[in-house]
Design a binder for this molecule. Sequence first.
Ligand code: ADP
Ligand code: ZN
Ligand code: MG
Length: 488
Amino acid sequence: MPAGTKSDVIGGDGNDDGYGDGVIIGLEVHVQLNKLRSKMFCSCSLDYHNAPPNTHTCPVCLGLPGSLPVLNKSAVQNAIKVAIALNCGILPQTQFYRKNYYYPDLPKGFQTTQYDYPISTDGHLTIDDDLGHGTRHVRINRVHMEEDPGRLVHEGSIDRSKFTLIDYNRAGVPLLEIVTEPDLRSPKEARRFLNKLRNIIEYLGVSDSDLDGALRVDANISLSGGARAEVKNISSFKGAERALSFEIVRQRNVLRRGDVVVQETRHFDELRGVTISLRTKETEHDYRYFPEPDLVPMMVIDWVPNIKKTLPELPDAQRERFLGEYGITGNHATSLTLNPKLAQFFEDVAHEIDPKTGASWIVDVLSGELHYRDLKIDAFKVSDMGEILRMFLDGVIAERGAITIIRTILDDGGTPAGIVSEKELAKVETDVVASAVDEVLAECGDAVVDYRGGEVKALNYLVGQVMKKTRGRADPPDARMRLLEKMG
Ligand code: ADP
Ligand code: ZN
Ligand code: MG
């Protein structure tokens, strides 16, 4: 029976991985090394995001005849950092090649990239699998260096544009291509892998993933041993997951009809949520790769020990340390190590107050309030968090009061102490509650009689009266307890 027929689908792919439908996914991820001062082979600045088009260019990145590339050493060092973090080995000798093709985003007529001597190969990254009971080991085939092409802006959609604009500010931005083996088994796993990769890259400080186009994904997917489709240039991780889910349905339908999936390059239309065919896949010899004669081979393996020493603690290791050192929960440790700045914020707070309380308030309250306002952790001061939590732990303010202070600081600014007095958030002293209870019992004789007669609701009424007298600053359970004591 030919591959890709209906019974093939029912039979699965023979992978005993629990999914049974033979979904195979491999990713090629492009990461801009955009935290450097200059481009890959020239001194044009990378700070072009708010600049007019084509203002960050020079003869080298425009590919003018006679111009010569000079390799950016820091870009190589950052590439090595990523390679080490992804458990890859650095090759003793590595080299740039010319990948020849004509496309308007490529002014030189070739892309300077790597081919059979990439800077590093054979790594891996482990993620939680989709079945909820294990991990998936995703092999990394290679991490190689290349330059970003310019940016094409198609007026209208890619298949129906009236004209196209070109911005060469992006041409020559240092880029890493990270290629996985086809080890992923579902769109969700692919997204989890991408999140983890982004997390590591943020910890390494080599790329600001918030910048437009900093991370782009080509997602390869096949079903039941059939040919694979490659969905090119997806600009968000959510987009990658959606494109892959769409492909599963599309390829399944092709197989159900008794047709064969063809190997091709497809485009993901974010708005419509569909992939469309662009071209049948080009093969390697179409590109006429040859070694870049203007750049010598590099021998950088001796750099590795020193670069290793400069690596920050990575998220997995930090998570383990948080568990041991601070005794916080696994969920809190996971959430805190999703972002290096958040993790640092937590550690600073943990030096001021009880770490478990700190972790819980940062993850369960502060993060949500920030997210809701589209703010980052930089919007909040460690000292303010420390002060709020100290007042809460000392019983000066109630939980609601602490939340009010956080919201007020984010919306209007101010200091914790100032907001406590301005909004009268301090819990009232015990004798004030005690006398409010006495007054209420004296004034509401009827309710007391009702309660003694078995009407439980009357107690709620009395608690309400105490809250009213203290203008909401008594603690309701405390008021209830005092009322019960007095009524015998
Ligand atoms: P090419 O040379 O055509 O780019 P590669 O072998 O470099 O092919 O693989 C490119 C990407 O395709 C890799 O991420 C790899 O994991 C993925 N891939 C390879 N085979 C399959 C497959 N059968 N199904 C899905 N993805 C695949
Ligand atoms: Zn330039
Ligand atoms: Mg490839």
